[in-house]
Design a protein. Structure first.
Length: 226
């Protein structure tokens, strides 16, 4: 029987790639975008149910919850995220920009996961968050992205707490690093294409389904230190 996935943030980049790969594998997909009018590449993937969601908007989240009531998913993948301000030195950035970055990258994904966790299958269900190796606090890389890095570390911490609130659960929770990927965020000089990264990410979802617990791994299945 086909599996069901809910993919958050699928207009372009890695989210779009996840939808394409999962469709190749025969999954049923519901995918969300912020703007239904600028998601041509997603509309071009056959057989995808597309819903509108700005993850930061609590009203839109409630409306999505109403629209998807009764649906059960084998995979909830919270991919959406932002890089934040161009200049990430703490003496340049505004409180508003820092707030927006942490809200989108660390708070909104967890609020969304809390909203839908009851609709993720207790038979091998997976909740995956798009983290980054930069979220590892043991690796002092990329000082020019210090705030983005901190926002992904915060996401990892919030994810760990979130799993604790689920109590005795058979769900598997993944914090995934996609590699450095050629997208609008990753830039042209990145190491990987979207297809290679997203194929690897889906492999990790399949490999970890049914294991339970919280795992921080990259698209090749290598464990990343917290
Ligand atoms: N590319 C990399 O090398 C890399 C490495 C590590 C981690 N990541 C992570 O991977 C994820 C996807 O990145 P990407 O490279 O594909 O970036 P991207 O090309 O910039 O795409 C970002 C996606 O997130 C969506 N989004 C942003 N804010 C949103 C919000 N408030 N509500 C709903 N959707 C929102 C965007 O929608 P719109 O089209 O509406 O803007 C877009 O679909 C991010 O979480 C990123 O931090 C990327």
């Amino acid at each position: 029987m086909s599996k069901n996935a809910l993919i958050i943030g699928a207009s372009r980049g890695l989210g779009l790639g996840l939808v394409q790969r999962l469709r190749e594998d025969g999954w049923n997909i519901t995918a969300t975008v912020r703007n239904l009018n600028t998601a041509d590449a997603l509309h071009a993937v056959p057989g995808v149910r597309i819903e509108k969601l700005d993850m930061d908007d609590a009203g839109q989240l409630a409306a999505l919850g109403d629209a998807l009531k009764g649906q059960v998913y084998d995979l909830l993948f919270v991919n959406a995220g932002v890089k934040g301000p161009n200049d990430q030195s703490v003496d340049k950035v505004s409180p508003e920009d820092i707030g927006a970055l942490f809200y989108t990258n660390a708070v909104a994904p967890i609020r969304l996961a809390r909203h839908f966790s009851g609709q993720v299958s207790s038979q091998g269900g997976v909740i995956a968050f798009m983290s980054s190796v930069l979220g590892s606090v043991t690796m002092p890389d990329a000082p020019e992205l210090a705030l983005y890095k901190a926002s992904k570390a915060a996401l990892n911490s919030m994810t760990n707490t979130f799993l604790g609130t689920l109590g005795d659960t058979s769900l598997t929770v993944l914090s995934l690093h996609p590699g450095w990927v050629k997208t609008d965020m990753g830039g042209e000089g990145a190491d990987l294409d979207v297809e290679t990264s997203t194929r690897g990410l889906i492999d990790q979802v399949n490999a970890h389904a049914g294991k339970g617990g919280h795992h921080f791994v990259n698209y090749r299945g290598e464990t990343i230190p917290w």
